[in-house]
Design a protein around this ligand. Structure first.
Ligand code: DLL
Length: 447
């Protein structure tokens, strides 16, 4: 369902006109209200009166995460604190949190883009949505909540974690929609199978998954485990929260629509900062076009993806491909660039392993060593009569040695790097406890 056809299907020339007008206004607005931006634009010799709109956008430089830290907590706000209706923080794990603020009007836009997103994900007014994103400073819980209400859904605000209760509510309240991180949806799917809960006992039809990178492998697992059609929802606190972009349920696998009447996207080369051609991979950069409390010009998201128009799509807005990783977690190992999601793609469809994995990088002498920890699938463990997998069990079962060697070869052939494959028993790798799950550990700087 298209929630707001007048905007979501606005012909491109008109969309550009709208963006241009909004951008000029936004630049003048921050110049007048945010000292950080006024100084920055002055230093660049740019004045709002001569700023020509989208064509001049690349001249503005970038806003980076460090700019948020340097202006902690409220230095980037464009309105007096009394006009800020809500605060959130981004989920950074290092240093000070990034604080973001919203006026009442911003919260209206937030609800609108999430309503559009949920409609694209398959939701229709009258359905029930179980919201397993964390409520609190994280934008996921409340962001989805108010968008779902705006669309006319019944919200079950369960928040993240508490798997027993999640499963109980899925059976008792029978929601049609689940919102969760993909890694937590995996946990729910796995638990449903482990506890032998019949598909008919739950009523889920759709899942909107996001807040961390995920791949087609996870999609397949969640779709079959929960009996849903799963779509991607993307967003980030600095720009708004969830609902910056969303995949349409009938266009799965072809990218997520960016609501570009509010968030203007660019993709730039991670080294030069120059725009890349349509469809090419690079760093995603966003400019807010309508934000009041905390407008941001050209935010360097660090997320690596591509953007492109899809003429066959149901909406006119630009699409983005899946996030391949963050430029800060792109690993450069012995000169080869790689993202952990590439490992996930290789594990896809292999019946002998579970979809869980963990990549660790460490340094031995001057060499980077990569280990890929992979779980043997439940079925194979059962077949072999195993309760754990150790070096000793591997030595006893030739099929496990073959599996390990085949995986290492597949990785070497496809990624071009030798990695040591460590087989573990099913269930030994960490699962999501309701939030984001880290699938990579870089131990190189800890030594
Ligand atoms: O994660 C907002 C959100 C909540 C999105 C619920 C979707 C659903 P932050 O905590 O600020 O905000 O983290 C933003 O998470 O820059 C990406 O690196 C990553 N991310 C978010 N959505 C996706 C996604 C929320 N669909 C950071 N795929 C972003 C891949 C995602 N990565």
């Amino acid at each position: 369902m298209v929630f707001n056809p007048a905007i979501e299907q606005l012909p491109l020339p008109e969309l550009r006109k709208l963006q241009n007008a909004r951008l000029k206004h936004q630049v003048a607005y921050v110049y007048a209200r945010v000292p950080f931006y006024r100084q920055k634009l002055d230093a660049l010799g740019i004045h709002p009166s001569s700023f020509k709109g989208l064509e001049d956008l690349p001249k503005l430089g970038f806003t980076k995460k460090t700019d948020f830290r340097d202006n902690y907590p409220f230095g980037l706000f464009a309105v007096p604190e009394t006009e800020v209706a809500r605060l959130h923080c981004s989920s950074g794990t290092t240093g000070k949190a990034t604080v973001v603020g919203y006026t009442a009007e911003d919260l209206g836009v937030f609800a609108e883009v999430v309503a559009r997103s949920l409609a694209a994900a398959g939701c229709r007014p009258g359905m029930k949505l179980q919201n397993a994103y964390g409520y609190g400073l994280f934008t996921g819980g409340l962001g989805i909540h108010y968008g779902a209400e705006k669309l006319g859904l019944t919200v079950i605000p369960v928040s993240g974690g508490g798997t027993d209760r999640q499963l109980q509510l899925l059976q008792d309240f029978r929601p049609e929609i689940l919102c969760a991180t993909p890694s937590y949806a995996q946990v729910l799917a796995e638990e449903i199978q482990r506890r032998g809960i019949a598909h008919e006992a739950i009523n889920l039809q759709y899942a909107a998954l996001g807040a961390e990178p995920w791949t087609e492998t996870i999609r397949q697992q969640v779709e079959s485990g929960l009996g849903v059609q799963a779509t991607n929802i993307y967003g980030l606190s600095e720009i708004m929260g969830p609902g910056v972009s969303q995949e349409d349920v009938n266009e799965r696998g072809t990218g997520s629509y960016i609501w570009e009447d509010h968030f203007y996207p660019e993709v730039v080369d991670k080294d030069t900062g120059e725009s890349v051609a349509e469809g090419e991979l690079g760093v995603l950069v966003f400019t807010t076009l309508t934000k009041k409390a905390m407008p941001i010009l050209r935010y360097w998201t660090n997320d690596i993806t591509n953007i492109y128009y899809d003429k066959a799509g149901s909406r006119t807005h630009v699409k983005m491909g899946p996030i391949r990783g963050r430029s800060d977690d792109m690993l450069i190992i012995r000169g080869v660039n790689f993202f952990h999601t590439q490992v996930e793609d290789l594990l896809s469809g292999l019946a002998q392993v579970s979809p869980y994995y963990l990549v660790t990088v460490s340094r031995r002498g001057s060499m980077d060593e990569v280990e890929v920890h992979v779980e043997v699938s439940q079925e194979l463990m059962r077949e072999l009569g195993l309760s754990t997998v150790t070096e000793e069990t591997i030595a006893r079962h030739e099929c496990l040695q073959t599996l390990r060697d085949a995986l290492a070869k597949k990785i070497k052939d496809n990624i071009g790097l030798s990695m040591q494959v460590i087989l573990l028993g099913f269930g030994e790798l960490p699962r999501s406890e309701g939030g984001k799950l880290n699938r990579i550990k870089d131990l190189r700087n800890l030594a």
